[in-house]
Design a protein around this ligand. Structure first.
Ligand SMILES: *Cc1c(COP(=O)(O)O)cnc(C)c1O
Length: 366
């Protein structure tokens, strides 16, 4: 690179980052829009969260609680955790970058799996680290492939379980095997953004591992089943040493007051979460079956979204995306995840789900 003293230049690696492109939210020309591109809940937030958010407007002049204490206590009460080991953030995205910045620098490696959540790569590059990718089997995390790529430079292993955008998961026994194979100085980050949706006896989000070991962190979000994506709220459960490090580097007031108020109210409404789970249990299998009937392959998902695979020629993912868009249906292109022939669909309200299947049928028949 040429020396350039004429203007500020970002440190090495920053310009190697391709900025995250969020799911689309508009479909020009369509009468009604169904946004099925970002895994948001079709049920919205619990009504008490909306109320709490509005009430927070009365306090706009005041700084929020700097350590998110009321929210940490609410989370601790709900999940039976030690509030001192919970760190809250502006979305779990912020938590992921705090963890990465605290434990990784130039020369270090961050490891994740082939179709893993893209935010890991961004966080690694932003910290000056080197992303290392392990191949998957059947669009599913392969523990042996991850372990085979651990080197003395590895600082963090990131595992989204279930993973976005594939919707697949690995059983807790496999997560434990992954942890057992890691050196004690390597941090295992378990991203459990979709934990609430998983209906499998062999699944666990990872609290047990965080409680027992000093090198496991579990991240969670209020953006998905809690319906609070707009306010940006996430948290992690960490060993004391990791919690201490994150508290040193996070912004002093990194969670805003209205978000905190909404989160506390949301976590108290178990019935709303139960409704969201029931909705997903009904429509995830329905969508899977109906889309497969059209001759398309669907990756079995345990989340609130699924991957639809299109042929490489003929009825391609790109053409399907355009056709669905014209009909107001916004799905997520996942080419950036190495899946150019697939689209990711979020489970929506009944009318959206039916409209999606009807429109896809027209596309396939056309
Ligand atoms: C949506 C999602 C998150 C949540 O991000 P927030 O910043 O909390 O909105 C985290 N991890 C994965 C895998 C996700 O899909």
């Amino acid at each position: 690179m040429r020396a350039d003293n004429t203007r500020p230049v970002p440190r090495p690696g920053v310009l190697a980052i391709e900025a995250y492109v969020p799911g689309k939210s508009s479909a020009p020309g369509a009468a009604k829009i169904y946004k099925l591109s970002s895994n948001e809940t079709p049920l919205g937030p619990p009504p008490a969260a909306i109320e709490a958010f509005k009430n927070a407007a009365d306090e706009l002049a005041l700084y929020p609680d700097g350590s998110s204490k009321p929210l940490r206590e609410a989370i601790a009460g709900r999940f039976g955790l030690d509030p001192a080991r919970i760190i809250c953030g502006s979305g779990s995205d912020e938590i992921l970058s705090l963890i990465t910045n605290a434990y990784m620098g130039p020369g270090d490696e961050g490891l994740y799996s082939e179709h893993g959540f893209l935010v890991y790569k961004l966080a690694i590059l932003a910290a000056g680290g080197t992303p290392v990718v392990a191949p998957e089997k059947n669009l599913t995390t392969d523990v042996d492939a991850l372990l085979a790529r651990v080197t003395p430079k590895t600082k963090i292993v990131y595992l989204a379980n279930p993973n976005n955008p594939t919707g697949t998961y690995i059983p807790f026994e496999e997560v434990k095997r992954l942890h057992a194979g890691l050196p004690k100085n390597v941090l295992l980050v378990l991203d459990a953004a979709y934990a609430e949706y998983v209906r499998r006896n062999d699944y666990a989000a990872g609290i047990e591992l965080v409680s027992e070991f000093e090198n496991v962190v579990m991240t969670r979000t209020f953006s998905k089943i809690y319906g609070l994506a707009l306010v940006r709220l996430g948290w992690c459960y960490a060993p004391a040493g990791v919690a201490d490090a994150l508290n040193r580097i996070r912004g002093p007031f990194n969670v805003n007051g209205p978000a905190m108020a909404a989160g506390i109210a949301a976590i108290g409404d178990e019935s709303h979460i139960a409704k969201a789970i029931a909705h997903n249990e009904r429509w995830l299998p329905w969508l899977t079956t109906e889309i497969e009937k059209l001759g398309l392959k669907v990756t079995p998902s345990v989340g609130n979204f699924l991957l639809i695979h299109f042929p490489k020629t003929g009825k391609t993912a790109k053409e399907a995306d355009a056709f669905l868009s014209q009909n107001g249906l916004i799905l997520r292109s996942v080419a950036a995840y190495g899946l150019p022939d697939a689209l990711r669909l979020t489970v929506g309200q009944e009318d959206a789900n039916r409209h999606l299947v009807g429109t896809l049928a027209k596309f396939m028949g056309a």
